[in-house]
Structure formats: C-alpha cells, structure tokens
Write a protein that binds this ligand. Structure first.
Ligand code: AMP
Length: 147
C-alpha cells in the first residue's frame, strides 16, 4: 500500500468530502421561525444554513437562536414564532470553505465548528463539510501512516 505523506494529506482537495447541497437541510431568507423550528426538529440537526433565492449562503440558524427570540420574562411566547423571520435571528458570521480549498483549511476551521459551509467561486452554496467526516479522514490517515 502506498501511504500518503502528511503534507499530501493536508493538501488533499476537499471536494470529495462534501455533503452536497441537495442533501443538506436548509431554510430560506423570508421563512418564518415556525417553519425553521419544524425543519430543525424534524431533521434533528442543531444548526442549518440559511440561503437566499439564488442559493447563496446568508447565515446559520440554530434551535437556540429561535428559543432566545421567543423567550419572555417568565414563559416562552410560542405565538411569536409566526411573525419572526429567520433573517432577524440568524448568525451571519459563518465559517466558510471554498470548493477549491485544501483539507488543511477545513481542519483548522472545524476545531470551533461542528460543520463548515462550502461555496463556489460565485459564492453559491454547494454543501457542507462536517466535523465527523473530517475526523474520519484524519483517523484513516493516522492508522495508514502508522501501519
Ligand atoms: P454530524 O457530524 O453528522 O453530527 O453533523 C454535525 C452538524 O452538521 C449537525 O448538527 C448539523 O448542524 C449539520 N449537518 C450535518 N448533516 C446535515 C444535513 N444533511 N443537513 C443540514 N445540516 C447538516
């Protein structure tokens, strides 16, 4: 077996490791918080991308952001969900990779994020790269390297 050097490994393109956009649960700008809550609950994901009509990445939305937006003084104001837009509560600072980035960049960024959004040169959303996928690759490399 030919084992990759660590340099080759870190310079590996990320393109093959991406979960493609059509398999990624997302919400769109203008959707309300009730819809987003349904998507998050049904998929079981803690956070999902927010895209515009042109499939450009605009932010991330998590269950916590929704809950915080309807927290009243002594109870949760569920009736507000309908009137809150995802645009008003999403996080706009998103850890992003370009489709042409190398594995090293993903490894650096994923330390602080459960997943990274991937965009193309026109800033269109092409998918995500999860910490799970990155750790699996790293484990494979370490085991092969030490075999
Ligand atoms: P995982 O590594 O599979 O546990 O995924 C980590 C996080 O990545 C999840 O909590 C979600 O926020 C996000 N994620 C993973 N897969 C998807 C998907 N298919 N659609 C949307 N978000 C996802």
């Amino acid at each position: 077996m030919i084992s990759m050097t660590s340099r080759d490994f870190l310079e590996m393109p990320i393109a093959d490791l991406i979960i493609s956009s059509e398999k990624v649960a997302h919400v769109q700008l203008g959707n309300n918080a009730e819809h987003a809550l349904l998507v998050l609950t049904k998929t079981g994901y803690s956070s999902i991308p927010v895209l515009d009509a042109g499939y450009r990445l605009q932010g991330l939305l998590s269950m916590r952001m929704i809950t915080e937006s309807i927290l009243g003084l002594d109870h949760i104001e569920y009736e507000k969900l309908d009137n809150i837009k995802v645009n008003d509560i999403m996080e706009t600072k998103v850890a992003t990779l370009n489709i042409n980035d190398k594995f090293q960049k993903a490894l650096d960024l994923v330390i602080n994020h459960a997943f990274l959004c991937v965009v193309d040169d026109e800033e269109r959303f092409v998918g995500i790269m999860t910490r799970r996928v990155i750790l699996k690759q790293l484990k494979k490399h370490i085991y092969q390297f030490n075999a």
